[in-house]
Design a protein around this ligand. Sequence first.
Ligand code: DUC
Ligand code: ZN
Ligand code: ZN
Length: 473
Amino acid sequence: MGVSFVTEGSVMRTLIKNGTVVTAVDTFAGDVWIEGEKIVALTAPGAAHGMTADKTIDATGKYVMPGGIDAHTHMDMPFGGTTSSDDFETGTIAAAHGGTTTLVDFAIQTKGSSLRQGLDTWYGKAEGKAAIDYGFHMIFTDVNPTTLDEMSGLVREGVTSFKMFMAYPGVLYVDDGQIFRAMQKARDLGALICMHAENGIALDVLIEQAIARGETAPKYHSLSRPQIAEAEGTHRALALAEMAGAPVYIVHLSAPRALDKVVEARDRGLPAYAETCPQYLFLSLDDLARDGFEGAKYVCTPPLRPKEMQEDIWRGLKTNDLQVVSTDHCPFCFKGQKELGRDSFAKIPNGMPGVETRMYLLWDGGVRTGRISMNRFVEITSTAPAKIFGMYPRKGTIAPGADADVVVWDGEKEHLLSEKTLHMRVDYSPYEGQKVRGAATQVFSRGELIVDEGQWLGKKGRGKFFKRNTFSL
Ligand code: DUC
Ligand code: ZN
Ligand code: ZN
């Protein structure tokens, strides 16, 4: 590759040499040159073209990949009578250890106040704390003429996606008319609607009936939220989006019958997108049914499904009917938080930790088992979310001009997943005691080495808000 360089005297230049560069489409031996915050060149191994480096990382035997993008996290989120246990400091540091260099978190509009107030609250939570770059989706809890008018300002500010809930009546739920109006507006603005697609109204009836029968243990969280409720919500979200002429992104898809709806829409050429999360690939109803109150650790929504459903979700990832794996990271400690639901699953705060383990699990259980290629791994963890959420090509690839968010990945390194070895601020790991292979040995965020061989070198507050572009796929 022919390259020319302008050396800017004081800008730090880093060389990551002798690694195998993996992007969503290519795998090649190459040296990656970083200047300041940017990747400036890729050269053949050893072909320095007259350049010298201030710092060199030897990536022999390792992979050099774009930093992960987790497009679905809930840091410091009030929910279920408590607040998710990671804030933007602890959550982003944990993310970085696991090879993730950008988050898109969910800001929430409080009913009765403006989107602006909700978004400002989330800026306040992240500023001075986030250690990696972040963006925000905006959660609508109240779609009305005033909040619809506010959407354009948020889009100009780089908050280009909006989430609504068909679940959680009385809390986050919005009705079909509200969803449809927001979709029409999103279409006009080039924004993307993200949907929590479960029929929450019907589910509340099933939950009430389960409790009346004395079915209060954690496993009834799943048994009272059948996959048909998710399939129905998914179908309705897709139909409303089609009527509005808007793109739609189904969050945390967990169920084969919901996936069927996405497949059908995509096969008809609709701009329908969907993500799943590691918990739906690696955990199941068996975990929710663990002895005693252990199952509470596995309460998230949509719920964990019977184990035999996992293969269908893997198939969706292989066929690109599912484009993204994010985490829905929403941790609650077992002691003092999950315990709120000792007498009823309906009071267990919904959510699990995951921001740090996503890449480990997908590498170990996806790439190493041959279910997905390395390129597909990069695509579903980084490139696709960057493209769908308006961050590409600054984020999501290894290319000259991109932000130097780079992970040097040891595909063989074995480590233990445990509350003791992981960095998330939560008192358990859903994967406690499991050994996985694959780990980030060096993590760069905008050119700065923030994790080196497990050692944290970054600083809280160094992460910057990412002003995302409108939807363009
Ligand atoms: N699901 C969860 O498990 N936690 C946060 C919100 C959600 O939809
Ligand atoms: Zn959700
Ligand atoms: Zn969520």
